[in-house]
Design a protein. Structure first.
Length: 426
């Protein structure tokens, strides 16, 4: 009995989400074979890591997978709407059916090891593979973030991270403290309000955006004005771009903006500053609520100003909007709260995720553990990333930019495969 040779693929793609499968399709169009390893099933995060009422925050017209735009190729009939979770997975499944990638589901990639002679060894749960090029398309949502002090919270208070949240029925009766006001936090807040629950919100530094402004969705104006075409290389503040939390707004009920001041006035949501510590039943907050609300409004008004400037520059006839007014300002900030006394029985963490690249044995990461690249192409020949925010533009980590990014990366891979291999450092 002879040993079987190690299977080889020109390109291994790790991650079977929209970024990985888009790259596989663009490579196929160039006649380049690839294999996609997905540790769960394709589009797992969309199917299983989103809550029941989840819908897109950006309009459906931004769903632009390569050669599979929502309205042009998929036949979607509501480009200005916001797809629900099941509609999103149906769109993605249709793309996979159309493109037919060589996809291996339920396969865990344990190690990616560069070889001195060029190429890589990829250790998987179904055996070892070799390849000339590797594309990391796993995204940046590997490890849910929960602060260490969460372990000091009274055991009688229920805790859950947003990645596990599906609906309000998972939570015991009583009030809930939601920590985080990015896109997830404010939308989960809506779920609890609709269920008639008392909601307390630890407000972080996330910016907010208008939804409809001067007769159109704000994202329509920004697209038309070329805002989404700005590259990270041309961005006036690239550090802020890559570190800032996403602007919050909602796609529910046809799309709406979220003003936490108004939510407090109209729905009685109790607002606090950033959560700083927990001990027993006590939660402590930073005295930064007013600042965080003001900063969010500043972002909101900045987007309005961008749109106003574009309308004026192009001479567009668009309806005027009344000036923004604060409906509430905190007179004093509460920095300590006894959750039990306030009737809070649950804490819902919505403060994001951190990536885990410990399985990639290549010197392509900075001191913070983030990959360093130019439009996804690292300094290590053959190792690439895709599907990350601001890989090239604002849309890179979203549906809007994946077509441009995957086509570019496929071109870079084709060029590297056409060059003679050379000895590289691991």
């Amino acid at each position: 009995m002879t040993d079987q040779p190690t299977p080889h693929s020109p390109v291994v793609i790790v991650g079977g989400g929209q970024a990985g499968l888009s790259t596989a399709w663009c490579l196929k169009q160039k006649g380049i074979d690839s294999i996609v390893f997905e540790r769960h099933e394709k589009f797992h995060s969309w199917r299983h890591n989103r809550w029941d009422s989840f819908c897109l925050v950006t309009p459906n017209w931004q769903c632009r997978l390569p050669d599979f735009h929502y309205d042009r190729d998929y036949g979607g009939t509501d480009p200005d709407g916001f797809m629900l979770k099941d509609q999103i997975t149906a769109y993605l499944d249709a793309f996979a059916e159309r493109t037919q990638p060589d996809l291996r589901e339920g396969v865990e990639v344990a190690r990616v090891v560069p070889q001195d002679s060029g190429g890589f060894v990829v250790d998987t749960s179904i055996g070892q593979w070799t390849c000339d090029q590797v594309v990391i398309a796993t995204g940046g949502y590997d490890t849910p973030i929960e602060p260490a002090y969460a372990q000091r919270l009274s055991p009688g208070i229920f805790q859950m991270h947003s990645v596990e949240y599906r609906n309000v029925g998972q939570f015991p009766e009583g009030g809930v403290l939601i920590v985080g006001t990015g896109q997830s936090g404010v939308q989960l807040m809506e779920d609890f309000l609709r269920a008639g629950r008392d909601v307390h919100l630890a407000v972080g530094p996330a910016p907010r955006s208008p939804r409809r402004y001067r007769g159109r969705d704000a994202t329509d104006w920004l697209q038309e004005a070329g805002h989404y075409a700005i590259t990270i290389a041309r961005h006036p503040d690239p550090v802020k771009a890559v570190t800032q939390t996403n602007h919050y707004m909602s796609g529910r009920d046809g799309g709406k903006e979220i003003d936490l001041r108004r939510v407090h006035v109209d729905h009685g949501v109790q607002l606090y500053g950033s959560l700083a510590d927990m001990d027993g039943p006590k939660a402590r907050f930073l005295p930064d609520l007013a600042k965080n609300l003001d900063d969010a409004d500043r972002s909101y008004l900045g987007i309005r100003a961008q749109i106003d400037a574009y309308i004026a520059r192009e001479g567009i006839d668009a309806p005027e909007e009344p000036p923004f007014e604060k409906v509430w300002t905190p007179e004093e900030e509460r920095t300590e709260l006894d959750l039990a006394e306030a009737g809070i029985t649950s804490v819902l963490w919505a403060i994001g995720f951190r990536p885990d690249y410990g399985w990639i044995e290549a010197d392509v990461f900075d001191a913070r553990g983030k990959p360093v690249f130019d439009r996804g192409v690292t300094a290590h020949r053959g190792l690439h990333f895709i599907g990350l925010g601001w890989l090239h533009t604002w849309g890179s980590g979203r549906f809007l930019g994946i077509e441009e990014d995957s086509r570019h990366l496929a071109g870079q891979i084709a060029a590297q495969l056409a060059m003679p291999a050379r000895r590289v450092a691991g």
